[in-house]
Design a protein. Structure first.
Length: 72
């Protein structure tokens, strides 16, 4: 089993934090106070797509890091 560089794994933490903030913000925006706002409705519909995009970026970063480790 190979040891992975902790620096390369720590680069993924900001993406994780952004996804967590998006999840919490989505739950906050689901409150009854924002029920009549069309802008909030569109924002809530876009959150899963944004999260999916961030996951793709994280996978690409991890694959690139793994490729660099294999080349060394």
């Amino acid at each position: 089993m190979k040891n992975h560089s902790s620096k390369k794994e720590l680069m993924l933490l900001p993406i994780l934090l952004v996804v967590i903030i998006m999840c919490v913000a989505g739950h906050f925006l689901l409150q009854a106070n924002f029920q009549d706002s069309h802008l909030v409705e569109y924002l809530l519909a876009a959150i899963p797509f944004a999260m999916f995009g961030l996951v793709i970026v994280a996978f690409k970063m991890a694959a690139k890091s793994e490729q660099q480790e294999n080349d060394e």
